[in-house]
Design a protein around this ligand. Sequence first.
Ligand code: BES
Ligand code: ZN
Ligand code: ZN
Length: 489
Amino acid sequence: MNVLSVSQFSDDTRTLIYPVQKENLSAQLTAIAEETSLPIAILDAEVKAEKSEITTFFTTDKRIYILGLGAEPTSHQIIKAFRTLLFKHKAKVGTQVGVSLKNCPVDWIEFVVNGMELGKYEFGLYKTEPKTAIPLFENGTLELRTDDFKSELIEKGKHIADTQLRLFTLLNAPSNFKTPQTLASWAMHSGEKYGYKVRVFDSGECQSLGLFALLAVGQGSKSEPEFIVMEYQGEGATQKVALVGKGVTFDTGGISIKPSENMHLMKSDMGGAAAVLGAIEVAAKLKLPIHLIGIVPTTENSVDGDSMKPGDVIQSYAGKTIEVTDTDAEGRLILADGLSYALKNFQPDVLIDLATLTGSIIRTLGYHAAGLFTTSNELGKQLKRAGERTGERLWRLPMWEEYADHLKSDIADVRNFSGVPHSQAIAAAKFLELFVENHTSWAHLDIAGTAYGDTDLAPQRAGTAYGVRLLTEFITQLTKDPANDKSQH
Ligand code: BES
Ligand code: ZN
Ligand code: ZN
C-alpha cells in the first residue's frame, strides 16, 4: 500500500473514510454533509460515533465510510477501528482509498496507517481455499488528507504493522509448524535484513555455556532448545537495554501435565519471545538511538521418558540449584537463565523480561492489562506511561518479601512452585528476582492475558503481538528523556 499526502482526494478515489468522534459530533457531520452532499438529517440519524461503528453510504460515484472512534479515542482505539473496517471491507474498497484526517492530531497518521495495514491479516493460515488478492494491499494507494503531513509517521505505522503481521503468523502457528528452530530462523533472517547481530546457541553450546535450566525444560522434547541472542547497536545510543522473552513454543505442562481443555492455546506460550523479536526489529528499522539486547531462551515443554520430573533438582546459569516442584512452572526456569545471561554478558542499564508466565495474572487482570512487577518506581512509571500511550496497558502489582516465603526449598537453593493456590503471578516474579542480582532497573511483565486475546475479528483468541508498540514507545521516550542520558551525568 502506497501512502500519499493530499490536500484534495483525487477523482478516481472511490472509497472515502471519515473518522468521527463523540465530541462535537454534529459539527463533524455537518462538514461531511457539505463535502459529500449526503443529507445531514440522515447522517445525524445514523451516525453515533460509537467505538469501531461503521456506517456505509453511497453517492453516485463514491463509497463513504463514517468510522466511529468513541469519545477521546486512544491510539489503540484508532488502530482497532481502522483495522476492523479494513478487515471487514477490504475486498470492496478498491485500489484507491482516501482518509480524511483534517483537524485530527498529527500523530493519528501513524495509527491510521498501522491499523489499515493490520486489516490485511487473515486468520485462516492453514485453510486450503485459495486466498484472494486484495487490490489495495497489492498495488493500491492510500490518500491521507491531513493538515500536517509527516512521512516518518507513515513509515513508523507501516514498519510496526509489518513486524506485527509476521508476529501474528508466528504466534498463531501451531506447534507442528513452530519449534525453537523456527524462532531462531525468524531472528536470523530479521537480523540479516535489518542489520543487527544475531547468535543462536544450540543445545551443545547451551551445555558448554551452562544454561542448565533451559536445557532441563527442553530435555523431554524432540526439538532441541535454542538460546537466541540479538544485539542492535543504534547510532548515538547512551543507554543499554536488555529484553528477555519466554519462548516456549508449546507448553504441555510437562509431567505436571495440563488439563486438555485449553491446552491447544499453549502454542502461544512464546508471546514474550514475539515481543522481544518484534521490539528489536522495529528499533532497527526505525534506527532508534539505543543499544538493545534481545535474549530469547526457546524450547518446548513436553512429556517424555527424558522429561524432568517433579522434585528433580536442576542447575542454572547463575549457579543456583532449583527444586522443580512443578514442571508446568517452566517459564521462570528458562527466564532465570535468560536474565542471568543478560546480566553477566551485557551489564544492561535497564533489564526487562516479558513472559506468558501465569494463569494467575489472567485471573487477576483479565485480558486488558499485563502485570507489571518492578522494584524501581522510576522504571515502573515509565513503562506504565508507555502502556497508557499505546493501549498495551500495564498494572503494577506488589513484590513484598512475604510473597517469597513459599519458594524456600528443603534440599535446593530455591523451588520453582510455591505450592499455594494464590498469588502465583507474584510468587513467579519473586522467583525471577532471585536471578537479577539486585539490579536496580529491572521489570518483569506477565503478559499471559494480553499476548493472545480476543480480537472481534476471529472466532477464537489469536496472537496480538502485545509488547511491540509498548517497548517501542518505552525506548523512544527513554532516548528522549535528558535525565536518562548518562553522558550528561
Ligand atoms: N504458560 C503457562 C501460563 C499461561 C496460562 C499462559 C494460561 C497463558 C495462558 C505457564 O507456564 C504455567 O503453566 N503456569 C502455571 C504456574 C503454576 C504451576 C505455578 C499456571 O499459571 O498455572
Ligand atoms: Zn507451564
Ligand atoms: Zn508456560
